[in-house]
Design a protein around this ligand. Structure first.
Ligand code: MLT
Length: 245
């Protein structure tokens, strides 16, 4: 069981150094929307997901692959990138679209956080949709755990912090021991305050407001569902697959 006194939370891609993750288990969180998209795509049969940091990386990779095998996907500032097959709405990743495909995914913060976690011992991608799978995976090892909220361009995101708090709350059975890190207390406290109505809390976040004009409204209620999918995205050699598959 991951020990709560070894747990830490980072609140943006910029708030940690790669070296700080060495030997630890990392859960990368981007509720709106990269984590929710990754979990949905793997649930719906995508073969693998290759997160990339930027457009150049995405194009290079795409050029090296057979056109029938991959989908080039992602967003910049919330909007689908011109020429890409899909944007970053989990609802686009339906079975008939993604089954047996390799997804090359390029997003503003989420995929950068995943790439930056490369020194961690284990790398998982989590969100409310696959909460139970994440908790189960963390229970199986006694590594120190870091919950990495992707945030938005260096800023904290409410929805990511809320999910970190939800995990912490389940891990400690609802009562936080005194000897925890500040980030753990903050995430737990936020979940205590807003966790009763996730859809409302997530819908009130800065990023939900940012997305309002850009993406289908359904993305918010979809990403607010708990334990919808039994999927555990895990990273090996730069590739995410479903470890529960
Ligand atoms: C990100 O990586 O910042 C996102 O997932 C943004 C989004 O598409 O909503």
């Amino acid at each position: 069981m991951a020990r709560i006194d070894y747990l830490d939370v980072f609140f943006s891609v910029q708030s940690f150094q790669e070296e700080e993750l060495r030997g630890k288990s990392a859960v990368i969180i981007d509720v709106l929307r990269a984590s929710s998209t990754i979990v949905t795509a793997l649930n719906n049969g995508a073969k693998k997901i290759i997160p990339v940091e930027d457009m150049d990386g995405a194009m290079r990779l795409a050029r090296s692959m057979d056109q029938d095998d991959y989908l080039l996907c992602g967003e910049k500032n919330g909007q689908k990138i011109e020429g890409y097959h899909l944007g970053n709405s989990p609802l686009e990743y339906e079975q008939e679209t993604v089954e047996d495909k390799t997804i090359i995914l390029n997003t503003t913060n989420g995929t950068k956080a995943i790439k930056k976690a490369n020194l961690a011992n284990r790398i998982y991608v989590g969100c409310f949709l696959n909460q139970k799978s994440i908790l189960k995976a963390l229970e199986e090892h006694d590594d120190a755990v870091v919950l990495i909220c992707s945030g938005w361009q260096g800023r904290l995101s409410l929805e990511d912090t809320l999910f970190a708090g939800s995990l912490i709350s389940k891990m400690c059975g609802g009562t936080l021991p005194e000897n925890t890190k500040d980030g753990v207390k903050v995430a737990f406290g936020l979940f205590e305050k807003f966790g009763d109505d996730l859809e409302r809390a997530i819908g009130s976040s800065d990023h939900a407001k940012r997305l309002k004009e850009l993406v289908p409204e359904d993305d918010i209620p979809f990403a607010s569902q708990v334990d919808k999918f039994d999927v555990l995205p895990g990273m090996k050699d730069g590739i995410l697959t479903n470890l529960n598959g």
